[in-house]
Design a binder for this molecule. Sequence first.
Ligand SMILES: Nc1ncnc2c1ncn2[C@@H]1O[C@H](COP(=O)(O)OP(=O)(O)OP(=O)(O)O)[C@@H](O)[C@H]1O
Ligand SMILES: [Mg+2]
Length: 239
Amino acid sequence: MALLEVEGLTRHFGGLRAVADLSFALREGEILGLIGPNGAGKTTVFHLVTGFLRPSAGEIRLAGRSLVGLRPHAVARRGIARTFQIVKPFPGLTVKENVALAAFLRHRARRDAEAAAAEVLERLELSHRSGTLASQLNLMDQKRLEMAKALATRPRVLLLDEPMGGLNPAEVDVASGMVERIREGGVAVILVEHVMKAIMRISDRVLVVNQGQKIAEGPPAAVVQEPAVLAAYFGKRVA
Ligand SMILES: Nc1ncnc2c1ncn2[C@@H]1O[C@H](COP(=O)(O)OP(=O)(O)OP(=O)(O)O)[C@@H](O)[C@H]1O
Ligand SMILES: [Mg+2]
């Protein structure tokens, strides 16, 4: 059984089908790249899986149990964490305070949440910024903080929404390594990313969506050569 199973997932906004009859599975320990042109429905898929939006139709199961209808905090408790396309830490809190807040999902005592936060910050090489206000971080460290907050909830599945947006090529390599280490730590990952170098390097499989529908799925090198994918990205002429 796959860890996360999505079947026939559909979401309308008025007349627009942002996600249309989408089915896919995420296996234990896998990095699944989720790509597609702007407006393809990628972020909407994350909103649906995490309970921020309700599906118009379809099923979402984590380890065989349905998540449909659960509120975001309940989905997080089941073991799904996400990062946001636009990072939003509490700017007036320190790095450690931000991460400890997330860790309260699994801990009651402040001391335990702080210990869990310290451990996650160590793993993401952000310990030296523990006492820094979130508002004072550079972009790379903001991305680290976003991942640290997600990991502090001890997820089984991590959904990353464009974690590499705005990073320079060297920083993309660092972020790619971070995602690989997160996977090695036993967390399955869905990576939405426009930086193709990262998708190609670290995804085990890639799922391509366009206008809410799956248009290709498979190993990264094969998928990017499929005519439907080239057409979606570069226009019909290429196909
Ligand atoms: N709350 C909403 N109300 C109405 N339309 C929405 C809403 N959220 C998303 N949409 C529309 O749904 C479609 C899919 O949007 P979505 O944000 O999921 O795309 P995306 O693949 O994440 O794009 P990008 O790569 O630009 O982030 C778009 O046409 C978008 O305008
Ligand atoms: Mg998006």
